[in-house]
Design a protein around this ligand. Structure first.
Ligand code: G3H
Ligand code: ZN
Length: 282
């Protein structure tokens, strides 16, 4: 099986993006991995600090390793990791990649924290990919009344600053702020700044990761991928689909979880399928 780094080169060559989907339980895992298998595509499973506390970090690692042993390209990402302690625990547990989220801190603090974790990660596992973030895009994969506080055009990533950040930290992947926000905004998510994506891509030379994929239009996604995005994160859309599916499942008198939860899995699979097809030009 190819490594995630190799799949990223493959994505660059084909000008596609690898889908990254957050999960918090085995139903989410099932929905994402079965859909990726049906479409014969690589996929990344994301578990944020809260999500991995719920599913269990060791359990998530074991589930992904089992599927990798069957030669299915599924990778595990320790998504949005805020502290050195939590980062070390995830790295030691054997995740394939990790995101250090210090985007809310000053650039100096962000650089220091990110570099420390890059050094630790590489000393433990030279193959692990480490992602850094600059530019705040909100923190909540939820349905939002308005744009998250602190997000504005001014917080979008500056290409030269991004290059310096990469040189100073040694990260493998960069999550920029380019008009994307975490969550679905009731009044509509902002449009992506495609020119900014291009400008960052031209200068940095490492794969770009688009967070906050929920609520972005298909056309905007296509332009972003063309401009250089190689991984796209989706969470809120999956959470909404799962909840709606379970609500339907609970309408029957059924008490077997594998029956009333199945509707939630099906709803999530639809989201994953549509997004994976779009990201991979299918
Ligand atoms: O890391 C997770 C994502 O960036 C998900 O964002 O909830 O807006 O899809 P989203
Ligand atoms: Zn994110």
């Amino acid at each position: 099986m190819k490594s995630l780094r190799e799949y990223l080169s493959w994505a660059e060559e084909k000008c596609v993006a690898i889908g990254h989907f957050n999960i918090s339980d085995s139903e989410g895992f099932k929905a994402v991995t079965e859909t990726a298998h049906e479409l014969n595509l690589p996929v990344i499973i994301g578990v944020s600090e809260g999500e991995r506390e719920f599913i269990g970090l060791a359990e998530a690692v074991a589930m992904v390793k089992t599927i990798q042993n069957n030669n299915q390209p599924v990778f595990l990402n320790a998504d949005h990791t805020y502290s050195i302690e939590k980062a070390k625990i995830a790295i030691d547990a054997g995740v394939d990649c990790i995101i250090i989220d210090a985007a809310e801190k000053s650039l100096e603090e962000n650089t220091k924290l990110t570099k420390e974790i890059v050094d630790y990660a590489k000393s433990k596992n030279p193959k692990i990919l480490v992602e850094g973030e600059i530019g705040f895009i909100g923190k909540s994969s939820n349905l939002l009344e308005s744009l998250p506080e602190g997000v504005s055009v001014e917080t979008q990533t500056d290409p030269k600053e991004a290059l310096q950040f990469i040189k100073n930290t040694g990260i493998d992947l960069l999550a920029p702020s380019v008009g994307n926000v975490h969550g679905i905004v009731k009044t509509g998510n902002p449009k992506l700044n495609i020119e900014r994506i291009k400008a960052i891509k031209d200068i940095v030379g490492i794969p770009l990761v688009l967070h906050g994929g929920s609520g972005i239009t298909d056309d905007n996604f296509k332009k972003a991928i063309k401009a250089g995005i190689r991984i796209i994160h989706i969470n809120t859309e999956l959470r909404v689909a799962y909840k709606e599916g379970i609500r339907e499942g609970l309408k029957s008198r059924e008490v077997a979880p594998y029956k009333f939860l199945a509707e939630g899995v099906e709803e999530m699979k639809e989201v994953v399928k549509e997004r994976l097809k779009l990201f991979n030009n299918l």
